[in-house]
Design a protein around this ligand. Structure first.
Ligand code: HEM
Ligand code: ISQ
Length: 153
């Protein structure tokens, strides 16, 4: 499948904007996940005992990693037509997520939260095509993690 020239440009352009304010976007992302799935608060080591998530360096670092991975997935989709995450990384992500008890439907919640975060960060630059490109990148990445999670359990 891969992404079109235009989608590729849109992803890169939106990533430039997103990374300019990782702390803010990370907190927004996480807040949305908690709004949609309050129970997930217990799953994340960095929020279990915190009431205020505004100043939470581990959360910001984790979210930045997730943003970056999804962006890389988009670039790979464009260049290779598939997402290639190194074997060790995928195994690691598979075991982290299955150990924490992450369930398949939660991937949909994280997807919604991710897209909403992007949409808000882009403001007037947000478009349907941009959404499609990120959606595809996220879905491919999530599919790879889910396969690894199944092999874990
Ligand atoms: C941890 C990425 C989906 C819950 C992580 C880590 C990464 C990551 C990079 C850090 C791993 C490490 O500690 O080395 C992703 C990506 C996802 C995804 C790319 C989708 C494509 C989800 C979903 C949930 C979830 C759907 C469920 C709500 C968690 C939890 C941790 C984690 C609980 C452990 C955090 C901690 O307490 O240290 N994820 N994740 N993730 N993720 Fe995800
Ligand atoms: C890890 N996995 C899924 C979602 C996340 C949100 C914020 C920080 C880390 C995450």
């Amino acid at each position: 499948m891969g992404l079109s020239d235009k989608q590729d440009a849109l992803v890169k352009q939106s990533w430039e904007l997103l990374k300019q304010d990782i702390p803010k976007n990370s907190i927004r992302f996480f807040t949305l996940i908690l709004e949609m799935a309050p129970d997930s608060k217990q799953m994340f080591s960095f929020t279990k005992d915190t009431i205020n998530i505004e100043d939470n360096p581990p959360l910001k670092a984790h979210a930045a990693k997730l943003f970056m991975m999804t962006c890389e997935a988009a670039i790979q989709l464009r260049e290779k037509g598939q997402v290639v995450v190194s074997n060790t990384t995928l195994k690691h992500l598979g075991s982290v997520h299955s150990d924490k008890g992450v369930m398949e439907p939660q991937f949909e919640i994280v997807k919604e939260a991710f897209l909403t975060t992007l949409k808000e960060a882009m403001g007037g630059k947000w478009s349907e095509e941009m959404k499609e490109a990120w959606l595809e990148a996220y879905d491919e990445l999530a599919a790879a993690i889910k396969i690894e999670m199944k092999q874990e359990s």
